[in-house]
Design a protein around this ligand. Structure first.
Ligand SMILES: O=C(O)CCC(=O)C(=O)O
Length: 230
């Protein structure tokens, strides 16, 4: 039976390719390039990737398997009481259920505090409840920009259960785009222009390809923190 490679395995292959390419072209002998720097963000133009580099971040293995389990233990009972929503043609999201959570157990609070400390400047005013989005295997998020009324300059999300691809497309210039590979257990952060001037979306399984490599999408839960508008 055909088995798709996980994002981690694909990253390993890509990292080796990139490291070899760089070594070949520069003759450098400084060892492999960290996976994080090498291949988690690709775009329509190198200049765009460089320009938005500081506003788009993906951190692999931000949470451990045990931390994912702790989050799921808190979230699953509430989520299981809801049905996935499929049929609202005008919704930005297809095949999802969602919840918000303000209070967490100690293990989860520790994860969220770690997220907050890397994603938001000290003293930022954060949106109180954390947003939790459960996408069915067939679910996907259509291109949208989060409301500027409710959400400030930064969106930070953890990916549980599945790898996925997030696509950012510049509003009014659809040939300007970035793809982010979001491996399971990773954290992504979108800031400033990347948040305000680019739509973001999570690709459906059929379209879930990163840099020419298939990234199989199964059920995915995201845990998303935002700051408040200034
Ligand atoms: O699931 C995600 O990580 C993205 C969520 C999203 O696009 C949103 O809530 O605006």
């Amino acid at each position: 039976m055909k088995r798709w490679l996980t994002a981690a395995e694909q990253l390993q292959r890509l990292a080796v390719c990139v490291a070899q390419r760089r070594c070949l072209s520069s003759g450098a002998s400084s060892g492999p390039i960290p996976v994080r720097d090498a291949v988690l963000v690709v775009g329509s133009r190198r200049e765009l990737v460089e320009r938005l580099g500081s506003q788009v971040e993906v951190r692999t293995a931000f949470i451990s398997e045990e931390e994912e389990q702790a989050l799921l233990r808190e979230l699953e009972p509430g989520l299981k009481k809801k049905r996935y929503e499929f049929d609202h043609w005008d919704d930005a999201i297809h095949g999802y259920r969602e919840t918000e959570r303000a209070r967490w157990g100690a293990a989860c609070e520790e994860v969220l505090n770690r997220l907050r400390s890397v994603a938001f400047p000290e003293g930022s005013q954060l949106l109180g409840p954390v947003h939790v989005l459960d996408l069915d295997k067939t679910g996907y998020i259509k291109p949208h920009i989060d409301s500027v009324k409710f959400c400030g300059s930064t969106i930070a999300g953890l990916s549980l259960l599945s790898d996925s691809v997030m696509r950012l497309v510049k509003e009014g210039a659809t040939d300007e785009w970035l793809d982010l590979l979001l491996p399971r257990h990773s954290l992504y952060i979108l800031r400033d222009q990347a948040r305000y001037n680019f739509t973001h979306e999570i690709l459906k399984d059929e379209d879930s390809v990163f840099n020419g490599l298939k990234v199989p999408r199964s059920r995915r839960i995201s845990v998303i923190c935002r700051n408040l508008p200034a």
